[in-house]
Design a protein around this ligand. Sequence first.
Ligand SMILES: [Zn+2]
Length: 405
Amino acid sequence: VTSLAARRCVLPSGPARAATVRVEGGRIVAVVDGRADPRADRVLEEGVLAPGLVDLQVNGAFGQDLAVAGPEGWDEVARGLASHGVTSFLATFTSAPLGELEERLRRARALVASHAGGPGAREPERGCLSRAPRARLLGAHLEGPFLSPARAGAHDPDVLRPPDPQDLARLLDAGGGALRLLTLAPELPGGIDAVAALARRGVVVSVGHSDATAGCVAEAVAAGASFITHLFNAQRGLSAREPGVTGYALVDERLRLGVVADGVHVVAPVLRLAWRLAAARIAIVSDAVGPAGARVGVAGNEGVLAGRRLRVSPGDAVARLDDGTLAGGLALLDDGVRTLVALGVPPADAWRAASVVPAAVLGHQELGRIAPGAAADLVWTDDELRVREVWVAGRPYQSPQPGAT
Ligand SMILES: [Zn+2]
């Protein structure tokens, strides 16, 4: 048994406060709420102890594009994410020809079995103990190809199509239990049937890259959709007589809302608006692409997303296509938390938008929270929420920093 005591700890609800956390066998076995036990193995006098972050939308990072990277590349991404406090993630694939998507899903499926997370990721500590700590690969998020050409964003419009049942079956077969989340446009022919079919198979269905009216989104929710992909971006917006995807999402409390919180995809006043209306339902995502986290000037100034060239300009926090279209984030999820805090969001609430809420989107009660029974995925930050130390399944990712007690 190891124990950690912190003056400020992010628990599943309420403000950051003192707590003592006991860890055994990769899991949290007890939490003393309200008291930092001075006899704990580690006493964290400063900073914040928080649950590991959960990123539902990672296309790549650290110079690697997950759509094409080999196992070493995936490993590099998983380790790099852990260094940013991200202890679980979904590999995200954007629209591509069906055969390529099948191949990517099969690769993800094989890697889920070998990564921390284990098959199906229902037992998150499995497969982790014999390996260096790194972020758990929870599975794949397929963003497309059943998306609206009118809201393609950076997706190649030539490969978008309506959700044909046979195509859907091929993707479900290729992904198996590793296909966890699928973003589609429910207004396409066959869209609502596809939502129902996916939901029946246990895949979380998200509305995104969609020109749907609010009425259509309501139908999708009735059929089983439960998430919105990057709220505000690449979807029909709110107007006076048509709420669109955005307006509907902000008021239907059954939906959780993915938001790219880099301050560029959604500017501060709009982020603040969403927070006021739906704070407890917002799951921030990075939508990170290959150049994210990479050193600028080395592998950081250009990249590729599903075969499309990305441009990264100095001082720009996002990757763009040649025509300027937003094509993904460069900030990782820990940055997103700090962006929310900079808007005035209380630190514990901001942290939960990147841990408890995204874990709940996938139905993972045992991830993203400091509570008995949960995986011991923990992050210790400084007072500005910059990551200092990370534990995955109770094992330290980084060696203790000088000055830490
Ligand atoms: Zn997108």
